[in-house]
Design a protein around this ligand. Structure first.
Ligand SMILES: [Zn+2]
Length: 484
């Protein structure tokens, strides 16, 4: 892996060395030693050769930090993605790991970052490529045990337990792997830097050093970064600007599902989402998460409706379940999980005022299935239909999805990516879809196998499902009052 290099220079004090080091021996800074390009060497040595002679301009001040190179001289492999072996990770990375890049995997403790990266190490090693897993969190024995449990015992996978950054770099030098995984940023210690490991100064020094290491050697580095709510440990936010890629690994404590999202990616888009499932023996990819958020039942139940939400570029059908119970209480309970509480309150108000479906005297429960989190207004229409369905105890048609944002006037507004959402619904076997009506013919969406029901208002949607008639029958006087 070692490249021919003319030398290295500290960007902080200018000290030159022939071999890359993480810490400058002259000024003690971490991560400041960078490779000199051949052009820079030529310019500076030429300048010093003429110094003191007739030249009025000192060329040494012009040393380009990153000199231009002929496009034909640049190794194209420098920007090529190398598949990690985990499709869901590669999807978020934009195709794989880029040589010389630093990738930060951020997430709360216990979410499964180490498990995921051990699996990355395993898949990488299985492709006949070496990988060094440096752990400052556990002992080598503990990682070995985990590797045994998750079937990650490959001869190309190297383990080292190090707490000291300098020793960790030494390990890399000896092993010369094709991928380095560091677990974690906050537990490695850089000598000579103020503060305790995990503090802002320490975390920055470790991240800066490992990033310059990756750039100098071409060896990609994956870094674990802990995010904690109380802020006791310096969060990945303090190092985001140093690394090339920031991935967020997240999941609910009560669910086995984990999502990997790109937050910053110098080599690809950030709107992809990877889906994983934590199992008793490690972590498993879920390449087709659609259907996870739907209830599997034989008999249809009132109060439920299915919508299709977008997570990055991924469309996922999700079920909304509601339950309304009459109560004498003046301030009835509203218990909402997975959906924004304020959004549900708004939908309840719109239902009452624009459709005559009043749940004021009812306890209302609303929830998603499978720990799905809905923040998109596109789920409004389905939420409203579910609530109308539970209010009248009338089951919605089988195979129906509803997509649309509700306005305060009861109008159904258009949502982005309608075609993507409906295609996914059709693929999963849904047969009809209530969608916002388009004013333009050209925008009308057609999806094979799906009956499209365009509506302009919530009232039209309820009409289509026979729920409006129900409301008129039950509250004729209220309807009249609203019109006056
Ligand atoms: Zn220095």
């Amino acid at each position: 892996m070692a490249k021919k290099s003319p030398g290295y220079e500290c960007s902080s004090c200018g000290h030159r060395v022939s071999k890359w080091v993480g810490k400058c021996q002259s000024c003690g800074e971490w991560g400041t030693v960078e490779e000199l390009s051949p052009a820079a060497v030529a310019v500076t040595s030429g300048a010093s050769g003429r110094s003191g002679k007739s030249s009025a301009v000192s060329l040494s001040g012009l040393t380009p930090t990153s000199p231009a190179r002929k496009v034909t001289d640049i190794d194209p492999s420098g920007a090529v993605h190398r598949p990690s072996g985990i499709g869901e990770l590669d999807r978020v990375l934009g195709g794989g790991v880029v040589p010389g890049s630093a990738v930060l995997l951020a997430g709360e403790p216990g979410v499964g970052k180490s498990t995921l990266l051990l699996e990355v190490a395993n898949r990488w090693a299985r492709q006949d490529r070496s990988v060094l897993y440096i752990t400052a969190e556990e002992s080598v024995g503990q990682v070995r045990q985990r590797a045994g449990r998750t079937d990650a015992l490959s001869a190309n996978l190297w383990l080292a337990a190090e707490h000291d950054l300098e020793t960790a770099l030494g390990q890399i030098e000896v092993t010369r792997p094709e991928l380095v995984i560091v677990d974690s940023l906050q537990t490695l210690h850089a000598t000579g830097v103020e503060g305790v490991a995990g503090g802002v100064a320490q975390t920055r020094a470790v991240a800066a050093t490992l990033t310059t290491f990756a750039k100098t050697t071409g060896i990609p580095v994956l870094l674990v970064g802990h995010v904690t709510k109380d802020g006791a440990v310096a969060g990945p936010r303090t190092v985001e600007h140093l690394v090339d890629v920031v991935l967020q690994f997240e999941g609910d404590r009560h669910s086995a599902l984990r999502f990997l999202r790109g937050q910053k990616n110098r080599f690809g888009a950030t709107d992809e989402v990877g889906c994983f499932e934590q199992t008793s023996d490690g972590i498993r990819e879920v390449p087709d998460p659609s259907g996870l958020f739907l209830n599997q039942r034989d008999e249809p139940v009132s109060g439920t409706a299915v919508t299709v939400i977008m997570d990055g570029r991924r469309a996922m059908p999700g079920e909304i379940q509601t339950l309304a119970m009459e109560t004498e209480m003046s301030n009835p309970r509203r218990v909402v999980t997975g959906i924004d509480t304020g959004r549900v309150a708004t939908i309840l108000a719109v239902l009452a005022r624009r459709a005559g479906i009043d749940l004021m005297g009812h306890e209302v429960y609303a929830a998603t299935v499978g720990g799905m989190k809905i923040s998109e207004p596109a789920a409004d229409l389905a939420t409203a239909l579910a609530l109308a369905s539970t209010r009248h105890d009338k089951v919605l048609p089988d195979g129906l999805v509803a997509v649309g944002e509700l306005g305060l006037g009861g109008e159904v507004r258009r949502v982005p990516d309608l075609r993507l959402r409906l295609s996914e619904a059709a693929r999963l076997g849904f047969t009809s879809a209530i969608v916002p009506a388009s004013t333009r013919d050209a925008d009308r969406v057609r999806v094979k196998g799906l009956r499209i029901i365009p509506v302009r208002t919530l009232g039209e949607a309820l009409d289509q499902l026979g729920l409006a008639k129900e409301a008129r029958r039950k509250y004729p006087e209220r309807r009249k009052k609203d019109r006056d």
